[in-house]
Design a protein around this ligand. Structure first.
Ligand code: ZN
Ligand code: ZN
Length: 346
């Protein structure tokens, strides 16, 4: 028995030693020889792949019909983001922060007509009209100790937005530090009922839930319509943002509930939805799309890292397959990754 324990300890310490080795210790690192340095090899491979994906995405921006190079880039990203060895590593942080810096630069470009829709980590979106820039479910991702998007980048993004809308209380949608950074700049945050009560006068939890509510933002020339959705038993704001004259977007948060489908079926009768931004794993994608009746679909919530095992990280390739099943609806969809945007015009 003792011998087994000793052998197990020996194997464990050898494996720790292998994974703990760094390129500094690898005498052949500069020649790209990784023999015996497994962790270094994977980091080298991930860095090369993330860089190539970044370039391929920039050369093949989001379109209604996905090109093969773009599909290959997104599926390759799925593979990297479903290999847990890449979680919280330098190649991943470099990739996501580079994409956010690119977004930051683009956010300074004025929009003259229609809506520019940016996709951010997880279910985060920024929608920019000629008169307003609003963020929905903006979060940094990762842990408080080591967020995916660095504080300085996330605060700069917040600084370029005029308001923040939160779908529901879960940490992959609601982040108090970001809400505070909006309030500190004099910008309103609309949160679900009972979230962040009394934190700041500009952080405004809804007074009701399960009631359709309309909030005017005269200075931004938009109206926020909050529709009462649910994720299981949790309440979930479905934020319908009407940018007067430019278009209306609907963000479903973490919508997952069969009972809500009975009213979702009729949303298109009361609202003229231009762009629907559903969570890619919504419980009934086809019925949800039919209910909102949008002119364009941009899915969110792919590749959520950290909280879930890889079967529920929701890959881009899965969205491609799901949307292939919806082709008879004849509603175009655009698949985007972090930091990308699509221009919508009525
Ligand atoms: Zn949720
Ligand atoms: Zn979520």
């Amino acid at each position: 028995m003792k011998q087994y324990i000793f052998t197990a300890l020996l194997l464990f310490s050898v494996s720790v030693a292998v994974t703990a080795q760094t390129s500094d210790e690898n005498p052949y690192a500069n020649n790209y020889i990784y023999w015996g340095y497994l962790s270094d090899y994977k980091q080298g491979q991930a860095t090369t792949a993330f860089n190539a994906i970044n370039e391929m995405l920039n050369a093949n921006p989001p379109q209604k019909v996905i090109s093969l190079p773009r599909e290959l880039a997104l599926v390759s990203l799925d593979q990297l983001l479903h290999d847990t060895d890449n979680d919280a590593t330098d190649p991943f942080y470099t990739f996501i922060n580079n994409r956010m810096r690119q977004l930051l630069k683009d956010l300074d470009t004025p929009v003259t007509k229609g809506l520019r829709i940016y996709k951010l980590y997880n279910d985060g979106f920024i929608v920019k009209s000629p008169k307003a820039t609003i963020a929905i479910d903006l979060i940094p991702g990762g842990s408080n100790a080591k967020p995916f998007i660095t504080d300085s980048v996330v605060y700069e993004i917040a600084g370029r937005c005029d308001a923040l809308f939160i779908s529901h209380l879960h940490a992959d949608h609601a982040n108090l530090n970001i809400a505070k950074s909006f309030a500190a700049r004099g910008k309103r945050v609309i949160a679900p009922k009972n979230l962040w009560v009394g934190v700041d006068p500009l952080i405004q939890p809804m007074e009701v839930e399960n009631v359709e509510t309309h909030i005017e933002f005269e200075e931004l020339d938009l109206t926020l319509h909050v529709l009462p959705g649910h994720q299981g038993n949790d309440y979930n704001n479905i934020n319908v943002v009407e940018f007067h004259n430019e278009g209306t977007v609907a963000h479903t948060g973490d919508q997952w509930g069969t009972a809500d489908l009975t009213w979702i079926d009729h949303v298109h009768e009361r609202y003229d939805i231009d762009v629907l931004m559903p969570n890619c794993w919504v419980n009934d994608m086809e019925r949800t799309i039919r209910g909102f009746g949008p002119k364009l679909i941009i899915t969110g919530h792919e590749n959520e890292l950290g909280e879930h095992t890889i079967d529920h990280r929701e890959a881009y390739w899965m969205t491609i397959k799901k949307m292939e099943l919806m082709e008879d609806l004849n509603i175009p969809y655009v698949l985007m990754t972090w930091g990308e945007y699509y221009d919508y015009r009525k």
